[in-house]
Write a protein that binds this ligand. Sequence first.
Ligand SMILES: Nc1nc2c(ncn2[C@@H]2O[C@H](COP(=O)(O)OP(=O)(O)OP(=O)(O)O)[C@@H](O)[C@H]2O)c(=O)[nH]1
Length: 324
Amino acid sequence: MRIAELPANEAARIDALHSLRILDTPREERFDRLTRLARRLFDVPMAVVTMIDVNRQWFKSCVGLGDATETSREVSFCAHAILHEEMTIVPDATLDPRFSGNPQVTGEPFIRFYAGCPIKSESGFTLGTLCLVDTVPRSFDADERALLKDLAAMVEQELTAVRMATIDELTGISNRRGFDALARHALANSRRMDWPACMLYFDLDQFKQINDRFGHAEGDAALVDFAALLSSSFRESDVIARLGGDEFAVFLTNADLAESDTVLAHFAQSVREFNVLRPRPYALAYSVGVVQYDAARHADLAALQHSADALMYERKKTRRAQAG
Ligand SMILES: Nc1nc2c(ncn2[C@@H]2O[C@H](COP(=O)(O)OP(=O)(O)OP(=O)(O)O)[C@@H](O)[C@H]2O)c(=O)[nH]1
């Protein structure tokens, strides 16, 4: 078995993949219908949409592989397929030195045939593949190649649709819909693992004044700056979003109130430094409410969000009163 080398643009490719925020999201019918269709059209037992992450291949959708959601990158056929512009066809894996000793060939699920068509991001990075797998050797003619390419293009369209529906166009972080999906998933995970989780609800102070005094474009720039400060201060595993207007939220997994306060202090310092080092005609200021998830108080994510919003509003009122 040969382990695939890394693509030349690996760091930028991983950034592009992570910015889609699709990894570890739940299964979606829009992708499942394409893998089901592929399995039927090509009469293969397995069809998968994979994303090649740093150390693993993660399945956005798979039929015929049971409940598997990922494998290590080392044993991934698709880690090889993403190195090529054209699709990768392996008629018989036992005869291919890259794969003959692969545990997925020598053992379950006994892969023999593989066809993987690269899936690209809108910016042109190969994120993963749409692949077909069979347990018997087979050939793949020109018509079949064209058909697989068409299906891969449909997967790319769905990825674009997901991005457009879940990412805030101005700031590039998740929008409300993206936040709801990712944070709900993260909350379910925290409950299962019995981890603490916190919701942080931010609202910029006096934001309307930035628009009124310096123009809408400057207001937009302030929102972009704030989103970038959030993104650089929190972990990649945290869910960061612009919920709308000048409201932002962060969902912290495996963090209690004390840890949230530490992270928030670090964030406040970053904002202070930003205001000094990148002087704009105004300073960024915000109010924030932090609430730790408590199953007895919060029936669901919406209830948690509501508590954090209410607390933020209390803080804002206090700040306003103090400002006089
Ligand atoms: N530039 C810009 N402005 C926006 C955008 N979305 C909403 N706004 C403006 O954001 C402002 C939000 O107002 P508020 O949060 O009520 O005002 P504020 O001045 O921050 O008030 P406080 O939160 O009480 O300090 C409104 O004036 C909206 O028009 C956007 O995408 N870009």
